[in-house]
Design a binder for this molecule. Structure first.
Ligand code: SF4
Length: 469
């Protein structure tokens, strides 16, 4: 049943009191913020957040979905089916990019009860109230809450009081994208660009800091597009750096042309800004970048990285995304890409085999043979591992300030300021503590402190849960 603009008619009743709920996060950091904010909204209605180890399956399962690649679509379906198997009686809500694009039939056959599209996640609590109040759980008919977001610039009415799922607080300040990179469907799924009111951002960050968050990460779909009246991203970084109780400030993924001198200066002058920038290059070949409609060339990108290292220090962590196997990419273009990536000395390279997305310009182009994409992906991953290991090794035997993200005694872990994962021994619960550590060795891209054996990492990693990279 498609219910556009249905107004909740049950404000008096509260059907969520005591209901347990889980939140599963797929995809990007904007989704991480939205997941935490949805949890905030449900707890405000008396529902109870069920941690992973709750034992009994939750009454409500929220799945914040992703549709950036076909693999992400498959993972989303698998997650919804898993939630249905776990509790056949649960109310299953699918929201986010996959939910925005999926057909109603596909959503229902995947096991979802309610689909909530982009820019409408602020309505999840009301729609769940509706769902319980109207007895729809007995009829299992799909509740479909979506609008055509392509032109929307609305701001979703979500807000966060404290983190429940993660130690670090992702804060969404921007939504949507007006760019049209040739391979990317995000603008069609998230809509047009909108920036959050700067005062609202500062109030939210003050709230989460007052509730114990020591680190915030500013996120957006095109974060660099942030502008709220007179307040630019650079100015916002300066103002956030003065929020009481905050120890660390990071930026989510930034398009290279958003890295201005103003922004880098604000970062350098901030006492809490962490020297890590994630700048997606996508390709290291000019012709491929033109075909991708990225709007910059390799030399432009190199200038940005150079000035970032001037402002933030030679050891600043610059990480990136690289698409491999874009239509038309020749062996020579691919070699150019790897050479550029090697020259830029990234600390981390996330490698993505090209995945055609419906509605994008590139989806009309002939694809490269799957074997070619597979071989190039393997070569790029090997280079990525070598570069991450080289970067991490620079921090062995150097003091690192680490924010512990878990650890109830035994092997604990957290991220250093340079955004490296550090494992250490902890006799007591250290989650949320900031600790100075001196790693003894590096194993690939991670750092190990005194007494931690590489074989102990696998178990520790299983308990991580926090986003890395
Ligand atoms: S900037 Fe390009 S890659 Fe990023 S969301 Fe917009 S269209 Fe997609």
């Amino acid at each position: 049943m498609k219910t556009k603009g249905s107004k909740p008619w049950f404000k008096a009743m509260n059907n969520l009191t005591g209901k347990t709920f889980s939140v599963t996060i797929l995809g990007c950091r904007v989704n991480h913020y939205e997941a935490e904010a949805i949890a905030s909204a449900l707890e405000a209605r008396g529902a109870v957040f069920a941690r992973g180890d709750a034992g009994t399956p939750p009454d409500i399962a929220i799945i914040v979905t992703c549709s950036v690649t076909s693999a992400a679509d498959a993972k989303t379906r698998k997650t919804i089916r898993g939630a249905r198997r776990l509790n056949p009686e649960a109310a299953i809500v699918a929201c986010g990019c996959w939910a925005q694009s999926v057909s109603a039939g596909d959503a229902a056959s995947s096991g979802a009860d309610i689909v909530i599209g982009s820019r409408l996640k602020g309505r999840i609590a009301d729609e769940l109230e509706n769902w319980y109040a109207s007895g729809r759980q007995s009829r299992r008919s799909l509740t479909d809450i979506r609008t055509d977001v392509a032109k929307s610039r609305d701001w979703d009415t979500l807000s966060l009081d404290k983190t429940r799922i993660l130690t670090r607080a992702f804060i969404k300040i921007q939504d949507g994208c007006d760019m049209r990179c040739g391979y990317c469907a995000v603008p069609f799924l998230r809509g047009g660009e909108a920036s959050r009111d700067a005062r609202a951002v500062l109030d939210e960050i003050s709230r989460v800091a007052a509730n114990g968050a020591k680190e915030v990460i500013l996120t957006g779909v095109r974060l660099g597009g942030y502008q709220s009246g007179e307040v630019s991203l650079a100015r916002l970084v300066g103002e956030i750096s003065r929020v009481r109780g905050l120890r660390r400030l990071r930026l989510g993924s930034l398009e290279p042309f958003a890295v201005t001198d103003d922004l880098l200066r604000a970062a350098r002058e901030s006492e809490i800004f962490c020297p890590h920038l994630h700048l997606p290059i996508q390709s290291g070949d000019d012709e491929t970048l033109r075909a991708m409609r990225r709007g910059y060339g390799v030399s432009d990108f190199e200038r940005v990285v150079e000035s970032a290292r001037v402002y933030l220090g030679e050891n600043a962590h610059i990480s990136t995304d690289l698409i491999v196997g874009f239509p038309g990419e020749t062996e020579k273009m691919f070699e150019n890409s790897l050479m550029a990536v090697e020259r830029l000395k990234f600390g981390k390279v996330h490698v993505f085999p090209y995945s055609p997305r419906a509605g994008t310009a590139a989806s009309k182009s002939e694809r490269l043979p799957a074997g070619t994409v597979k071989r190039r992906t393997a070569l790029a991953l090997a280079l990525s591992e070598r570069m991450s290991a080289e970067y991490a090794s620079r921090f062995v035997a150097r003091d690192c300030a680490v924010l512990a993200e878990n650890g109830d005694g035994g092997v604990a872990s957290g991220h250093s300021e340079h955004y490296l994962k550090v494992y250490f021994k902890a006799r007591k619960r250290v989650k949320g503590d900031e600790i100075t550590l001196t790693p003894k060795i590096s194993v690939g891209s991670i750092l190990l402190c005194e007494g931690v054996k590489p074989e102990e990492i696998a178990d520790a990693r299983r308990g991580d849960g926090e986003t890395s990279g």
